[in-house]
Design a protein around this ligand. Sequence first.
Ligand code: SF4
Ligand code: SF4
Length: 463
Amino acid sequence: MKTVKSQFKFKGGVHPDYNKELARDKAIERMGVPAELVVSMSQHLGAPAKCLVKAGDYVRRGQLIGEKNGFISVCVRAPADGLVKAVEKRLGPAGGKADAVVLDTTAAAPEGSPPAAEGPVLPPLDWRSAPREDLLKRVEEAGICGMGGAGFPTAVKLNPPPGKRCEYLILNGAECEPYLTADFRVMLERADRIRTGVEIMRKILGGPAVRIAIEANKPEAIAAMEKAFADIEGNVEIVVLPVLYPQGSEKHQIFATVGRVVPEPPALPIDVGCVVENVGTVAAIADAVEKGEPLLERVTTISGDAVAEPKNVLAPSGTKYSDLVAFCGGTKEPPAKVISGGTMMGFAVSTMDIATTKTTSGLLLLSPRRVFQYASGSCINCGRCLRACPMNLNPALISKAVDASDIKSAEDAHVMDCIECGACSFGCPAYRTITQSCRRAKNSIRARIAAEKAKAAAAKEAK
Ligand code: SF4
Ligand code: SF4
């Protein structure tokens, strides 16, 4: 095992204020189970899970409450014992509504309820002797999805289609989003679990080379990984990346670590022989296999200058934002803005009733001093957004097309390649909301494609 510097720098990128000092030295704190959990059936990319419970049911921690509903989908398990108060549509962190199971965790188990679980939720496996198929099945039944971004189902990623082979397993420890320190703390405090997770994933994937990607501004995390992986056998390297946003983007990380370029969608990392997983996900795989512990909780950074005590909190999935903030001592002052995620790619939220999911990496409460009020103006053609865009797009052209409701022109300008990183909006002197324009265009194109597919299916049915 050796540590090397990245040899490849992607085009574009920006340097936002990282503001990680607020929470980086705060050890992970476990939060107790709150009185109410709101467990979404849509905690991942792909089809929402199919809910298996109804109001009045009593569920036990780890019980399957949502089953995988398609190839790109993930099961959901109860994060705690509790009485199902309701199954209803609830607002999620990204703004959409999805079915959610509302659990009263204070209710006593009614007579006839399933008994309290004794021991692990799933039988622990010895990864050294277990067949690859059993390990893969465990990742699926533990409900694991990518915890660093969109929440792609991990079992699908770990099972490349016929003809495709994983040559490089890349661990994403970049955490380039401002304020967020959850992955940093996991690398410091759970390095042994990451090492075990890597061994398991190498076995599932047939022994690829391993690259552990960490930005240069996290020397403590690099040291922790060097120690944990010191005696590992095989082709394993820690790759120190330059500090540049969005270094944590999957495509840019593949380029920065192994110099390969993922072609335009629908191409995936596996098309260039790579599988990328967030460090928290890798630790979750170790727990699922060795301890029989499904993915029921995660570390989330609660930060920002309006929160009383920024922390890295280990909380059950379905914990409401209001409970997370209360665990951090409440607010110092009313926040002017609350963001689910980081400041670059996160979503502004309007209610603290929203609950965490398996992908909630951060919750930021920002005071009026940190929130710049501005009026969006006309493009002055300065070209700054073109230089910042890591996907080589023309963000100015796309935003003007969206302003004119000309989605076709945005599509022609390859808006579907946009990774919504926010680098274009970050430096725009006219304060144009370019990233939101890209999101709007992408949503509109996806809706059109879905409508076309539905129409074609209906026509086929009618024949
Ligand atoms: S156009 Fe998309 S990919 Fe390019 S900088 Fe803007 S948000 Fe990022
Ligand atoms: S940065 Fe803003 S003003 Fe400059 S070209 Fe891009 S959209 Fe126009």
